[in-house]
Design a protein around this ligand. Structure first.
Ligand code: SGN
Ligand code: CA
Length: 536
C-alpha cells in the first residue's frame, strides 16, 4: 500500500466506520434518486471484467497477428465487438474514475495517478444500482486511493497489486496475503462471491478488475515458457524518430532505452553485477514468489539470462531482442487472463446465469506494443487512446458483429443504469450504449471524441494534452511546459507519423477541427478552455 493510500485508509476507516460495516453512506445523490422504472421483467446481471493495459493488438478478436485469445473472442462471438472504443484519459486511476462516474476527469476530480484521491462521496453507477435493488461487488485492482463505496462487497489490491502472493485490502480494513497468482485469485474470489456470498434474490453487478497485463508482466508458472520460440513481427514504425512531434521526442517509454525499459525489472535479466534503475523493484517481486514458483521461474529465465549476457548485444540487435522479450512476457500474462475469462464464462453457464447476464470485457486503456518504439500508454495516439471493448449479450439481444459508432469509457455507467432501469442522471456525461446493443443507429450519436491527459511531470514524461478526434482527423494540443499542436489525417496516416499541423493546405481542416475541439470543451465543460481559449 502506498503511504498516501495508507493514510487515507486510516482516515477513512475512522470517519466512515459505517462503510466497513456495510451500512449506508450519505452521499450527494440528486434528483435521480427516485424509484427506478424497470425496463426488464427479469433484471439483467452485469459482469464487468476489466484488465489493466490490455491492448487491441494483443487480442485476436481485434488483431490476429500476434496471439490467440479464444475466451475473450468468445465474449465477442456471442455478442458484439466495438471497433471504435476509446478512453477519456489513458491512465489507470483516471480511466477507472471516468468509468465509474460516467464523467470526464475534470468533473470526477481524479485527473492523474500521482496526486488525485477519488472523492468517494460522489455518485457512481454502483451506488445508483444499489438503490435500484442490485447487489454490487468489486474485486481486484481499484487504484482510486480512497476506499470503494457503493459496493455490498469489495476486496481490492493495494495500489498496483502483486502478481504473486498478492496482498488484498478487505472491508474490515485488514490487509491479508492470499496464496497464488493474482489473475487466478481475482477470478476465484469473484466466482466465490457470485456462487456463495451474494444475495441470490437480487440482480447483481460485479466488477472483476485484474492487474494483468500491467508492467512488469510476470507470468503464471504454468505459462512461464510459453511463446519462448515465437518471433513477433516488429512494427514498421519501431524506429520512429518522432520528427515533427515534440512531445513524442521527450517521452520516456522507449523499448530501446536502457533508462525507460529496464533490462532487469522489465525484462527479468537478473545479474548481481549489473546495476539498473529498477533492479530493486525486480528483487521485491521475485521475493514474493514461493519456492515452487521460484523454481519454475529460475528454470525458464536462468538459461535466458545466461544466453543474454553471453551475447553482449548492442544497438538494433539489443533493441529487437528487448522487443521480443517484452512481447513474450506480455503474451504469457494475456494467456492466463484469457483462461480466467473462460472460467468466468463457464461458471455463468453452469450456474444458469448466462442468459440473464451482460458480460463486458474491456481494459483501462490500450498500450504500445513497439509502435513508435514504445511501451506504456498516456498519449492520445490510437494505440493507447483506444481500448478493447466486447460484450456478450443476454437472451433477447440479437445484435451480433461489429458496432462502429464512437464509444468511450464514460458511456459504461449510463449503459449499466439503463439496463437496470435507472434514468441517466443529468450530470452524467456519457451516453448509454443500450440503443447500439439493440441494433439501433441513433442519428444524433456523437461524431467526435474528447480526450484530456494530465499526468505531467511524471514517470514516462508524457506532456499534458487534450484533443479531439473525428472519423478522419485528430487534433491535439500539448501544453504546460510546451505549446505544440498536432494534426493527423488518420485515413492517409493511420500510424500518426506525419504531423500536418501548420502545413500548407490544412487551413480548412484545422479550422474545422478547432471548432470541434471548442465545441467539445464547451459540451463537457472543461475549464482548460479558460486557460487556452480557442479563437475561431
Ligand atoms: C507504474 C509503472 C508505469 C506505469 C504506471 C501507470 N511503473 O508506475 O510504467 O505507466 O504504473 O500505470 S512501475 O515501475 O511501477 O512498473 S497505470 O496503468 O496504473 O496507470
Ligand atoms: Ca493501466
Amino acid at each position: 500500500m502506498t503511504s498516501r493510500q495508507n493514510e487515507y485508509l486510516k482516515r477513512q476507516l475512522g470517519i466512515f466506520a459505517p462503510i466497513a460495516a456495510g451500512l449506508c453512506v450519505p452521499m450527494a445523490m440528486n434528483a435521480q434518486d427516485k424509484a427506478p422504472e424497470k425496463t426488464n421483467e427479469k433484471p439483467l446481471n452485469i459482469v464487468y471484467i476489466m484488465t489493466d493495459d490490455h491492448t487491441m493488438q494483443m487480442m485476436s478478436a481485434y488483431d490476429t497477428r500476434h496471439i490467440e485469445t479464444p475466451n475473450l473472442d468468445r465474449v465477442a462471438a456471442d455478442g458484439v465487438r466495438f471497433t471504435n472504443s476509446f478512453v477519456a484519459n489513458s491512465l489507470s486511476g483516471p480511466s477507472r474514475a471516468c468509468m465509474i462516474t460516467g464523467k470526464h476527469s475534470h468533473k470526477n476530480g481524479f485527473t492523474d495517478n500521482e496526486n488525485s484521491v477519488f472523492d468517494n462521496t460522489q455518485p457512481t453507477f454502483p451506488k445508483y444500482l444499489q438503490k435500484a435493488g442490485y447487489e454490487t461487488a468489486v474485486i481486484g485492482k481499484w487504484h482510486l486511493e480512497s476506499l470503494p463505496t457503493g459496493f455490498d462487497h469489495w476486496e481490492i489490491v493495494p495500489g498496483q497489486g502483486d502478481y504473486y502472493q498478492p496482498r488484498f485490502i478487505q472491508m474490515t480494513g485488514d490487509t491479508i496475503i492470499r496464496k497464488g497468482y493474482l489473475t487466478n485469485v481475482v477470478t476465484d474470489l469473484s466466482i466465490d462471491w457470485m456462487e456463495n456470498q451474494r444475495n441470490k434474490e437480487k440482480p447483481f453487478c460485479i466488477l472483476i478488475h485484474h492487474k494483468a497485463i500491467h508492467r512488469n508482466w510476470m507470468p503464471d508458472t504454468m505459462y512461464m515458457d510459453l511463446y519462448e520460440d515465437k518471433v513477433f513481427d516488429l512494427p514498421d514504425n519501431f524506429y520512429d524518430d518522432y520528427e515533427g512531434r515534440e512531445a513524442a521526442k521527450t517521452a520516456e517509454m522507449q523499448i530501446a532505452s536502457p533508462h525507460d525499459m529496464d533490462i532487469i525489472y522489465d525484462l527479468k535479466m537478473w545479474n548481481p553485477d549489473v546495476n539498473t534503475r529498477l533492479k530493486g523493484a525486480h528483487r521485491a517481486i521475485y521475493g514474493r514468489m514461493d519456492s515452487a514458483q521460484r523454481a519454475k521461474y529460475d528454470a525458464v529465465y536462468n538459461p535466458l539470462i545466461e544466453d543474454f549476457y553471453s551475447k553482449n548485444l548492442e544497438g538494433k540487435e539489443l533493441a529487437e531482442w528487448k522487443y521480443q522479450r517484452y512481447m513474450r512476457d506480455y503474451a504469457k500474462v494475456v494467456k492466463s487472463l484469457d483462461d480466467n475469462v473462460g472460467r468466468v464464462l463457464d461458471y455463468l453457464e453452469e450456474a444458469g446465469l448466462l442468459d440473464n447476464t451482460l458480460v463486458v470485457y474491456t481494459s483501462d486503456q490500450g498500450f504500445y506494443m513497439g509502435e513508435h518504439g514504445w511501451f506504456d500508454k498516456r498519449f492520445m495516439y490510437e494505440e493507447s487512446f483506444s481500448t478493447p471493448l466486447v460484450m456478450r449479450l443476454p437472451e433477447g439481444f440479437d445484435r451480433r458483429g461489429d458496432i462502429t459508432e464512437f464509444v468511450q469509457n464514460i458511456d459504461y455507467a449510463p449503459t449499466f443504469l439503463e439496463i437496470a432501469g435507472v434514468e441517466k442522471p443529468a450530470d452524467m456525461q456519457g451516453e448509454s450504449l443500450l440503443p447500439l446493443l439493440k441494433g439501433e443507429h441513433p442519428e444524433d450519436w456523437r461524431t467526435d471524441l474528447y480526450y484530456h491527459f494530465y499526468e505531467y511531470p511524471a514517470e514516462h514524461a508524457v506532456k499534458r494534452h487534450y484533443g479531439v478526434r473525428d472519423d478522419r482527423y485528430k487534433l491535439i494540443h500539448f501544453y504546460n511546459d510546451i505549446d505544440t499542436w498536432e494534426l493527423y489525417d488518420l485515413q492517409e496516416d493511420p500510424r500518426e507519423m506525419n504531423n500536418i499541423y501548420g502545413k500548407p493546405g490544412t487551413e480548412e481542416i484545422t479550422k474545422r477541427m478547432m471548432k470541434k475541439l471548442k465545441e467539445n470543451q464547451e459540451k463537457y465543460d472543461d475549464p482548460i478552455r479558460e486557460k487556452y481559449p480557442i479563437e475561431l
